[in-house]
Ligand binder design. Structure first.
Ligand code: COA
Length: 202
């Protein structure tokens, strides 16, 4: 499979590695930073602006870590988005993962987890049984979700954070790196620490 990537930053490098590990070909990168055009990223040509995705017939992956940007691009450009699961990830066959999501090396997705569109489960993160991750969410490297955790649209669980089983992370909220979350995190806030508290209150 030849795959077009949107975005040519560090996150794209990991996706290029994953595409190659899967035996596919990262065909080209589209990036809006004009100074990168005609250059290469890990041997993949950067060939022009993201809007030229409308001319591509290849399947596409949005290789951008920012959750709001993935939402914006996926709504602007309705095309065939691939789901990529690294061969060194474990994904239970009873879980469901929608188009455009990426599961990196070392990640574990347990039974009956449900992942929406354009979700990122980063290096060595784990998502336990029956978790629900809405569209555009992101579980950063080494973060762990217990069973039945619900992560609403666009929320980010930071690097190395842990989330107690049954907890709820509100839409577009951020859990800071290393936090421990238990209970309900409201929409659109940032929490940090052990136990996690809203940042303004620390
Ligand atoms: C929580 C977070 C979003 C805050 O970012 P920010 O708004 O830029 O905040 P700042 O770095 O300015 O820090 C503000 C304060 O919060 C503290 N703080 C920041 N992150 C913290 C964390 N994870 N845990 C505890 N305290 C934290 C800072 O020490 C600082 O405290 P001070 O005001 O007493 O000096 C960020 O630090 C974080 O943890 N991001 C996760 C990143 C991640 O997982 N990336 C993965 C990429 S693949």
């Amino acid at each position: 499979l030849k795959i077009t990537l949107l975005g040519g930053g560090g996150h794209a490098k990991v996706i290029i590695g994953m595409i190659r590990a899967l035996g596919h070909e990262p065909a080209r990168i589209l990036d809006d930073n004009q100074s990168n055009w005609e250059k290469e990223l890990m041997g993949v040509p950067i060939s022009g602006p993201i809007e030229s995705v409308t001319c591509t017939k290849e399947p596409v992956v949005i290789a951008i870590g920012n959750n709001r940007v993935r939402k914006k691009l996926s709504e602007l450009y309705e095309t065939e988005y691939v789901t990529l699961i690294h061969p060194a990830a474990f994904v239970d066959p009873s879980s469901k993962i929608e188009a455009g999501s990426v599961i990196f090396a070392g990640a574990v997705i347990q039974p009956e987890a449900v992942l929406g569109k354009h979700v990122i489960v980063n290096t060595c993160a784990s998502v336990d049984h029956e978790c629900e991750l809405s569209d555009y969410t992101q579980i950063a490297p080494g973060a762990h979700l217990g069973g039945n955790v619900q992560v609403f649209e666009g929320a980010m669980v930071g690097i190395g954070a842990s989330v107690h089983q049954g907890s709820i992370i509100g839409a577009w909220s951020t859990v800071g790196g290393g936090a421990f979350v238990k209970g309900i995190i409201e929409e659109g806030i940032t929490v940090v620490g052990v136990p996690a508290k809203t940042r303004s209150s620390i």
